[in-house]
Write a protein that binds this ligand. Sequence first.
Ligand code: F6P
Length: 361
Amino acid sequence: MRLGVLTGGGDCPGLNAVLRALVRRGVLEFGHEFVGILNGYEGLMEPRLTEALTLDSVRGILPKGGTILGTSNKANPFKYPERVDGKIKEVDRSDVAAKRYRELGLDGLVVVGGDGTLSIGHQLAEKGLNVVGCPKTIDNDLSGTDQTFGFDTAAGIITEAIDRLHSTAEAHQRVMVIEIMGRNAGFLTLEGGIAGGADVILIPEVPYRAESVVRKLKDRAARGSKFSIIAISEGAYPAGGSVAVAQAADEIPGRGVVRLGGSGKVLADLLAPQIDAEIRVTVLGHLQRGGTPSSADRVLATMYGAMVLDLVRDGRWDHMVCLRDGKLQFTSLAESRKERHVDVAGDKMRMARSMGISFGE
Ligand code: F6P
């Protein structure tokens, strides 16, 4: 078979590991041929954005961050950004993608991405293309799977960052706020916050009350702890307030969703008048997506990349690989449309609360 493959949405550690596994198993076991489609769906829309993916081109890429195919989160064929009468508008150009798929002589298309990329894959499958998917995102917010690759690496980076903030927080007796990615899900903040020993963890699933955070900081100070660490999700917001938006959706044609950012500063401004300690805000940003994947992410990405070929072999188009209860399984691509959220009554939250971590409730 001749299979197209693309990586879409925000990059994350493990994408290259998927490509390597896919091509190795695809060539060695099935004799498939792979066409790499560059820059996410942009490569299906614009000419000359393809290159052969061979055993040679995937050699040595396992530990590399990013993606050798490039990616984009602004190239949705169903809402493709185009200049119309001097203004950028989103136009349905999915017919162009379908035509290009046929021109490239593809028998199938493997899309590796998060909810945006996978749900576009589902829409293309509805137009008759043979699409299968592989779930990635540092946010871990896809309902179809218990875990996406990229999450473990990002959680490790967050943990190390919090460790480093501890020493400077202690030296200056400050309150350190660390703003963590994850969009509207708090998985990264909860995981990194617990692993890094944060005193307060604020996630989108639990709108926080500033008074409650102030109380926690004062309690700590009264017990002799002169510094505190607050881990806050970019999507966290005060009860009765709204999320901090860095860029509105209509300012980013082709993307379809807002870009979050600024929740740490919002919190610091609410706390500052009520506490004596100095506050500093660190926005961890794209450091969370960069660099080499952890061993757990390399393994998960490798399993996903190899396993997606079972879907191709069985002609189970419009499906993706996933992990459920520790087992590799398959689910429909349509599942990727639903967001997954932290279970606020789950074990991690319960245990964290029981040992005094504040969620600003
Ligand atoms: O989905 C991954 C993610 O890193 C989110 O956590 C974050 O909100 C977003 O992407 C940032 O997107 P961009 O790279 O376009 O700034």
